[in-house]
Design a protein. Sequence first.
Length: 391
Amino acid sequence: MVAEQADVVVVGGGVMGTSAAFRLAQAGLDVVLLERGELGCGSSGKPVGGVRAHFSSEVNVRLAARSRAAYARFDDEMGVDVGFRRTGYLFCLRDAEHLPAFERAVALQRDLGVTSAVVDAAETARLGAVVDPAPLVGGVWSPDDGVARPGRVVGAYAAAARALGVRIRTRCAVTGADERPSGRVRLITSTGDDVEAPAVVAAAGPWSRAVGETLGVDLPVVPVRRQIASAPVPPGVPVAPEALPFTIDQRSCAYWHGDGAGGLLLGWADPDQPAGEDVTVDDSWHAGLRTALAVVAPSLADVPLERGWAGLYEVTPDRDAALGVLGGGVADHGVRVVAATGFSGHGFLMAPAVGEVVRDLVTGRTPVVDVAALDPGRFVAGAPRTELAIV
């Protein structure tokens, strides 16, 4: 069978893949996108939709701030309301030894034009409305951060990409790869819709490692389950739930915010959750969440939790993104392989800028954000990064 020809194949139909496909098509490239399920069926369909620029490394602040600005003007640029609301982000700090690192992060953010501030415990409680100041040494407040609707974003990018000629193949998994002459690779698919191109973008989220193996390159990304619960707002909360900031207890990584419909969404990064593709929804993690809430937000500790959903984080060894041009495998024979994966829970909020960076990496332009610090080769070199603001 003759393979379909393209300039670049994007593997993955989540927010990273659709953003990249749209920007690549804008640049005049002939693009095919392959998605093993339906668009947004992986990690992109499951996040709570946080959009923040609070990070401790320059590259993450730049990617996040550029993306936040894109979400704020999404309606004007893309013609789609993605529900972006500036609720603010509030990190609650319980450990005095963490304060200097957060102070440095805030100084960096302000140098890069991001409005944020370290505040004392009383102000943290005032801003957080349900937060108890007693256990806190302070907090970090980012008023311009907020939330958006991931499903709408994926749909908007996919529609815009299709309008520019991108061929999107759903329920079409990559099962193999054959090197072709003149620096091209043929991607073999489960549906027989094989595609041949000189460039591949690996943006398959939790399944990126398998895509990498198919191409003969190493992407150390593993899936880890995270669960979200919904709950009613308890009596006595002094503000509407929509006015609650996206609040995070830094020590436990418990978090909550208004769901936009009069209730709450709550989550917790269970440190004992094993790696794997299990997305079963259960109540096993509720005890850990309630333990954290009892300390930092006592009024939420006993709210009736309703089962929400489970999704997969795509986690790297240092829990920071793998974003860059890869070597090894088919890449050693002239195929350009670009990774955009491993965002470990902050992919949605960086997707607009990452789509632009992927465009630049594929076409050989200087990226709009210097992402050299996220080069996947750092894992081989044994020099991992350390990002402070990981949840």
